[in-house]
Ligand binder design. Structure first.
Ligand SMILES: [Fe+2]
Ligand SMILES: [Fe+2]
Length: 270
């Protein structure tokens, strides 16, 4: 695959029936469920930050192909934010108190939107998109996803496929407007700390609300990693390392065909 992706980025407006999703929807396992739920809590405001960062640079993009990709990217992310936010209603109905956390994260994002230079916000976005594509590929290829409730499996498959489809857009906009390696890495390190920090905080908050102590949580995480064979940790570590290559481009990881082989998993709701 070439460094400049030419494929179309279609917006699939799914509307998932979250109402029947049980509390511990991922293999009846609180830890496994809340790792995803924690990530879910940061998606909507995070994704709006990504779209804004890219749109702030669109006037400087001359390539019609890249401009078309930006449009697809913004449409996909807008719909992801919308759908993940709809899932919050289900979490609230299950009794989780998530609004204080959401308000704090929104303030954090607003502060960064106001005070970070536009080029750094774009670089953070390119770095975060590398993680969402890495995690997306991991989820699609993970046979244990069958333990997830079918509605949540569709949500994850849909989001993962589209993250892979648009994974190079923010990166290409950054490369076209400010190709500095130092800027790319600075944004990636901020994205790493933010994603990790807030996802862990969200996961811990939800586990606490389930009455699970810190010690129990540590044991549950160890059990989960044993069952997983450390695959998720390795996928994230490898994803982290590869981004430091000076000649790195997201399309060097050729996973679009793999992603599209999973399209049937969302077809019923698209
Ligand atoms: Fe997304
Ligand atoms: Fe994305």
């Amino acid at each position: 695959m070439s460094d400049t992706a030419q494929h179309e980025i279609p917006v699939r407006k799914v509307n998932l029936p979250f109402e029947g999703v049980p509390q511990h929807w991922f293999g009846d396992n609180a830890m496994q469920t809340h790792i995803f739920n924690g990530l879910n809590l940061v998606f909507p405001d995070g994704e709006r930050f990504f779209v804004r960062a890219v749109m702030d640079h669109v006037d400087r993009i001359e390539s019609p192909e890249l401009r078309a990709q930006i449009k697809g990217f913004a449409g996909q992310e807008g719909w992801h934010a919308h759908e993940h936010e709809r899932y919050f209603a289900t979490m609230r109905a299950q009794g989780y108190r998530i609004d204080g956390f959401l308000r704090s994260f929104r303030k954090f994002v607003a502060w960064h939107t106001k005070y970070l230079p536009a080029s750094l916000r774009l670089s953070v976005t390119a770095g975060a998109e590398h993680y969402t594509a890495t995690l997306g590929a991991f989820a699609l290829e993970n046979p244990r996803m069958h333990e997830a409730h079918p509605v949540m499996r569709r949500l994850i498959a849909w989001h993962a496929i589209e993250e892979i489809e648009h994974k190079a857009v923010a990166f290409d906009v950054l490369r076209a407007t400010n190709p500095s390696y130092a800027l790319r890495i600075a944004g990636f390190l901020i994205a790493t700390a933010t994603l990790l920090g807030w996802t862990v905080a969200g996961t811990r908050m939800l586990l606490r609300q389930d009455g699970i102590s810190k010690e129990q949580a540590k044991r549950m995480l160890r059990d989960l990693e044993r069952r997983d064979g450390g695959k998720m940790r390795r996928a994230i570590r490898d994803g982290f390392r590869i981004y430091f290559r000076r000649d790195f481009h997201p399309n060097q990881i050729d996973d679009l065909d793999m992603a599209h082989a999973h399209l049937n998993e969302i077809a019923a709701t698209a």
